[in-house]
Design a protein around this ligand. Structure first.
Ligand SMILES: NC(=O)c1ccc[n+]([C@@H]2O[C@H](COP(=O)([O-])OP(=O)(O)OC[C@H]3O[C@@H](n4cnc5c(N)ncnc54)[C@H](OP(=O)(O)O)[C@@H]3O)[C@@H](O)[C@H]2O)c1
Length: 295
């Protein structure tokens, strides 16, 4: 079976490509960083706004849309994704998966959530499967940036008292779940996160322990964090979270889609196992998630 992944060199795209190759799929895809592609790899240079060649998609059984321009507008993400969806339909690719987000909602407060929801709506079709992962535990994305900050700074702000729930999925469980979903009949939508939803504080404490960090977590009210993120944005200081992430995170506390993960994977990892699998040096320090205590 031939799979084509847009954003194949990104955090999720890379893991997914490796997992699907190990399962026996022939994998191809796109990247914006063509200079990093080895001769012989079926990876094509593509950036939203540029042409999609029908040749790339010939014989493809499924296209997985992982590419997302986090700095780009709704319009550029929509038109870029649409170009690939349309080319795949013209090439008679029978199935496509759009990697969306749990924040995709009609009433999303974040631009990211509105963008994902708009793409879901505008590109819907009889061939489209939608996957909405929770925050992905692994060495990239928002989770990876949070871990980098824990490693670099002795003191970090904690949103509110850190009691907000986290909707998480390990990158290897997500790759396994997508491999199952690509054999499902479209159209369908799958929300993928663990039934265990620890608080932000519990997760950060567990990461600290597993990586042997002593970072002090200082509770800061969300409006103050929002003001600091606005200032950082003005000063062009790149932080692991921006105002849009914060809006999405706060909204997710009020409304959440039900998870389909138990119906897709018989034995998903626990959050602790997923953390241990991706954090360097964590094996051996693992115990169950501790109840929330002082940060
Ligand atoms: N990480 C999470 O926690 C999480 C949670 C839910 C959903 N998702 C979704 O999962 C997908 C992958 O996210 P990720 O965490 O793996 O992020 P990522 O590492 O930043 O990957 C994004 C990918 O999009 C490609 N891309 C960026 N701008 C592009 C443009 N203008 N034109 C074409 N391609 C472009 C990048 O290509 P190059 O690498 O070649 O530059 C990259 O491979 C995204 O759709 C994201 O919304 C992620």
């Amino acid at each position: 079976m031939r799979v084509f992944i847009s954003g194949i060199r990104g955090f999720l795209g890379r893991h997914l490509a490796r997992h699907l190759s190990e399962c026996g799929y022939q994998v191809a895809g796109t990247t914006t960083r063509i200079e990093q592609v080895d001769a012989g790899e079926r990876i094509f240079p593509w950036r939203f706004g540029s042409d999609v060649s029908q040749d790339w998609l010939r014989g493809t059984d499924i296209v997985i849309h992982c590419a997302h321009d986090f700095a780009g507008s709704l319009d550029s993400n929509l038109s870029g994704t649409r170009a690939l969806v349309t080319a795949a339909r013209a090439a008679r690719v029978p199935r496509q998966i759009f990697i969306s987000s749990l924040s995709a909602r009609a009433d999303a407060e974040s631009q990211y959530g509105r963008t994902k929801f708009t793409i879901e709506q505008r590109l819907a079709g009889a061939d489209l499967l939608i996957v909405r992962p929770g925050t992905i535990i692994g060495g990239g994305g928002l989770f990876g940036r949070m871990c980098d900050m824990l490693a670099r700074f002795p003191v970090l702000p904690l949103v509110g008292a850190g009691q907000n729930s986290m909707y998480l999925i390990g990158v290897s469980d997500l790759s396994r779940a997508i491999e199952r979903i690509l054999r499902r009949e479209p159209p369908a939508t799958f929300n993928l996160y663990y039934a265990q939803t620890p608080s932000l504080k519990q997760v950060l404490q567990q990461v600290k322990r597993l990586t042997n960090r002593r970072t002090l977590l200082v509770p800061v009210p969300p409006p103050l964090i929002a003001a600091a993120l606005t200032a950082a944005d003005w000063l062009r200081i790149r932080l692991p979270m921006d105002r849009d992430n914060l809006r999405g995170f706060m909204k997710s506390q009020r409304q959440i889609y039900e998870t389909h993960l138990p119906a897709i994977l018989e034995q998903p990892q626990t959050v602790e196992q997923a953390l241990t699998a991706v954090l360097p040096g964590a094996a051996g320090r693992a115990t169950a998630l501790k109840p929330s205590g002082p940060a």
